[in-house]
Design a binder for this molecule. Structure first.
Ligand code: HEM
Length: 146
């Protein structure tokens, strides 16, 4: 994957502007609500019985932050995300057995929440850079599936 200077700067800039914990919590919460089949991997998170229960579940918020930690790792390893995500991909595939189609769904929820936080700063160019970044993340997470 080749990144332009604009894309590199923009991806760093997004992470410096957003409140990562809040984005992670809101994005995972949105994903579990609008794509309820994703709940099945999180049975040990307790009450996910309604949109309100999900939004106020501290385990969801904490795990949203963990997911954002993963995205920050990708941001810091832009030139080799596939390698940086090798163990994470094996984990999701072999141990967690997450259907990889769900990665795109969570990535889309991240996009929606980031767009909401950035407001007018979320221009079409910024959107394109984020979309490319998340596409590489999703494909890196899929990489170790067979
Ligand atoms: C765990 C990142 C998508 C289900 C994790 C961990 C990270 C992570 C960093 C912690 C790994 C560790 O403890 O070593 C991501 C990223 C995603 C993504 C960056 C895509 C944007 C998903 C999706 C699902 C999922 C879509 C299910 C629908 C899980 C589960 C765990 C986990 C069940 C273990 C949770 C626990 O036991 O605490 N993920 N993940 N992940 N992920 Fe993902």
């Amino acid at each position: 994957v080749k990144w332009s200077d604009f894309e590199r700067a923009t991806i760093q800039d997004i992470f410096s502007k957003i409140d990562s914990g809040a984005v992670g919590a809101a994005a995972l919460s949105r994903c579990l609500t609008v794509y309820p089949w994703t709940q099945r991997y999180f049975s040990k998170f307790g009450n996910l019985s309604s949109a309100d229960a999900i939004a106020s579940n501290p385990k969801v918020a904490a795990h949203g932050k963990v997911v954002m930690g993963g995205l920050e790792k990708a941001m810091k390893n832009l030139d080799d995300i596939k390698n940086a995500f090798k163990d994470l991909s094996v984990l999701h595939s072999e141990k967690l057995q997450v259907d990889p189609d769900n990665f795109k769904l969570l990535a889309d929820c991240v996009t929606i929440v980031v767009a909401g936080q950035m407001g007018k700063a979320f221009t079409a160019e910024v959107h394109a850079a984020l979309e490319k970044f998340l596409a590489v993340v999703v494909s890196s997470l899929r990489k170790q599936y067979y």
